[in-house]
Write a protein that binds this ligand. Structure first.
Ligand SMILES: Nc1ncnc2c1ncn2[C@@H]1O[C@H](COP(=O)(O)OP(=O)(O)OP(=O)(O)O)[C@@H](O)[C@H]1O
Ligand SMILES: [Mg+2]
Length: 281
C-alpha cells in the first residue's frame, strides 16, 4: 500500500487512487461495525474473505450482463474497480423478514415476505441512513425516474440470480443491500453500475437446513464464529480463500494490467436529457 493515495476511508474498506484515470483500488479491511458505528471490532481475516466472495459474485453478475464496477482482484485484500459517482441510496431487497423490517412491522424473523420487496434508505451515516420513499428520491434529486426504474430492474435480477446461486449451496438469501453509481462516458452520458461489495457484510445468509446465520448478524448479535461462518459461505460457493497458509501475507505487488478486465456492457437505454434538474448542466 506504500505510496498509494487514499481517497476515502470507510468503515469496512479504504479506497485508493487507481493506476489509470477512472479507476480505484478497493481495499477490504478486517474492521467490523454495526448500529451506525456504535459497535466496532476487528475480525481477523474478514477482509480477505469478503474480497474473494465479492469478486466471485461480481464476476457471476458480469456473466449475466449486470454492468458493475469490478475489473479484477489484485491480491488478498484489494480489487481494481471503476470509479463511479455513488448514488446516495441504499437499495435493500428483502425475501424473508429480518432485522429492521422485523422490528418496524413487529413481524416474525424468518417469515417469507412473499416476493422480493425493495426498500430505499438515504446513504447518510450522520442521519442514521433513514428510510425514504420514491418521492424523497425525486425531492432530494438523488436520481430520476428512468434511473430508478433501471435500479429496480437490476436489483430484482440480481436478487433472483443470487437467491438461486445461494440456494444451490444450501444457503437462503434473506435480504441484501446494494449500492449503485454512475460512470460517465466521454459525452457526459451516465451509465448505471452496481458498485461497492456483495458479501456476508451486506447480505443476510441463513443455512437452509439449520437456519444458522452466516452473515454480519453473527457480529451484530454476538453469536461468535464470524470469520468461520464467512469462510463457510466462501467454501460453499467453491471459493478457496487460501487463508490457512496466507492469512498473514501482506498484499502482493499491484498488478496494474487493466487489459485483463472483463468487458462491461454499455447501457442499453438512449441518452436522456442532459439535465437532471431544470437549469442544471
Ligand atoms: N466504484 C466505486 N466508486 C466510488 N466509490 C465507491 C465505489 N464502490 C464503493 N464506493 C464507496 O466506497 C465506500 C466503501 O467503503 P465502506 O463500505 O467501508 O464505507 P462505509 O463506511 O460503509 O460508508 P458508507 O456509509 O459510505 O458506505 C462507500 O462509501 C461506497 O459507497
Ligand atoms: Mg459500506
Amino acid at each position: 500500500m506504500a505510496g498509494r493515495t487514499p481517497i476515502y476511508e470507510g468503515k469496512a474498506k479504504t479506497l485508493y487512487e487507481g493506476p489509470d484515470p477512472g479507476t480505484l483500488i478497493q481495499y477490504f479491511k478486517d474492521d467490523a461495525t454495526a448500529f451506525n458505528n456504535k459497535k466496532k471490532d476487528s475480525i481477523s481475516g474478514k477482509g480477505v474473505i469478503n474480497n474473494r466472495i465479492s469478486e466471485f459474485i461480481f464476476e457471476r453478475l458480469t456473466e449475466i450482463g449486470i454492468p458493475n464496477h469490478f475489473i479484477k482482484r489484485l491480491n488478498m485484500r484489494e480489487q481494481l474497480i471503476y470509479a463511479v459517482e455513488i448514488i446516495p441510496i441504499e437499495v435493500i431487497v428483502r425475501n424473508y423478514v429480518a432485522g429492521s423490517f422485523a422490528e418496524r412491522f413487529k413481524a416474525e424473523e424468518g417469515e417469507p415476505i412473499g416476493g422480493p420487496l425493495i426498500e430505499f434508505c438515504l446513504k447518510d451515516d450522520k442521519l442514521g441512513d433513514p428510510f425514504i420513499a420514491e418521492e424523497h428520491i425525486y425531492a432530494f434529486d438523488l436520481c430520476d425516474p428512468v434511473e430508478l426504474e433501471e435500479i429496480r430492474l437490476h436489483t430484482i435480477r440480481i436478487n433472483d440470480y443470487l437467491s438461486g446461486l445461494f440456494r444451490g449451496c444450501g444457503i437462503r438469501l434473506a435480504d441484501m443491500k446494494l449500492e449503485f453509481g454512475r460512470q460517465y462516458d466521454e459525452t457526459g452520458y451516465p451509465m448505471l453500475m452496481l458498485a461497492d461489495e456483495i458479501s456476508p457484510d451486506n447480505c443476510r445468509l441463513w443455512d437452509i437446513k439449520t437456519g444458522e446465520k452466516m452473515d454480519k448478524d453473527r457480529f451484530r448479535r454476538d453469536l461468535g464464529g464470524v470469520s468461520e461462518y464467512y469462510r463457510e459461505v466462501a467454501n460453499r460457493l467453491g471459493i478457496s480463500t487460501g487463508m490457512n497458509t496466507m492469512e498473514l501475507v501482506e498484499p502482493e505487488e499491484v498488478d496494474t494490467d487493466i487489459e485483463k478486465k472483463p468487458t462491461v456492457r454499455k447501457a442499453h437505454r438512449k441518452p436522456k436529457l442532459a439535465s437532471r434538474k431544470p437549469g442544471k448542466k
